[in-house]
Design a protein around this ligand. Structure first.
Ligand code: FES
Length: 126
């Protein structure tokens, strides 16, 4: 499956868009964000990986467009192994550090990373 680059998705935030302040991201797990309305918003999440912050498209590679946190429940982490991101739909697991698929129906397809930076405590795209 060829993934559409994150920036080409409908409603994708442009470089420089401020997402939140760093303290909005929980110490453990991640926080979801969405842009655009209708039934196909651009969904992403930001999650801590040790001292780093990572951002990924919030869409499972098993079913295109299905968020990893159905009904907005969960903090994106596998309860048994918090080094992994967990899809709450059918249980695929992805490395927190890279988004690479490690088990489940993701079948080798990884999460797509979104570049972010932190400037003066604000997390922005790019
Ligand atoms: S939708 Fe995520 S594992 Fe099926």
């Amino acid at each position: 499956m060829t993934l559409l680059p994150w920036a080409e998705h409908d409603h994708a935030p442009v470089i420089g868009t401020i997402i939140c302040v760093e303290t909005d991201i929980p110490k453990i797990g991640g926080k979801a964000f969405s842009f655009g309305d209708g039934n196909k918003p651009f969904r992403m999440f930001i999650i801590r990986d040790g001292d780093e912050l990572k951002a990924y498209i919030n869409g499972c590679t098993h079913f295109t467009g299905t968020p990893l946190n159905p009904n907005e429940v969960g903090n994106f982490l596998d309860a048994k192994d918090p080094t992994l991101i967990y899809c709450g739909v059918h249980g695929s697991r992805f490395l927190l550090s890279t988004g690479a698929c490690v088990s489940g129906d993701c079948d080798g397809e990884g999460l797509q990373a979104i570049p972010i930076s932190v400037i003066d405590g604000q997390i922005m795209i790019g």
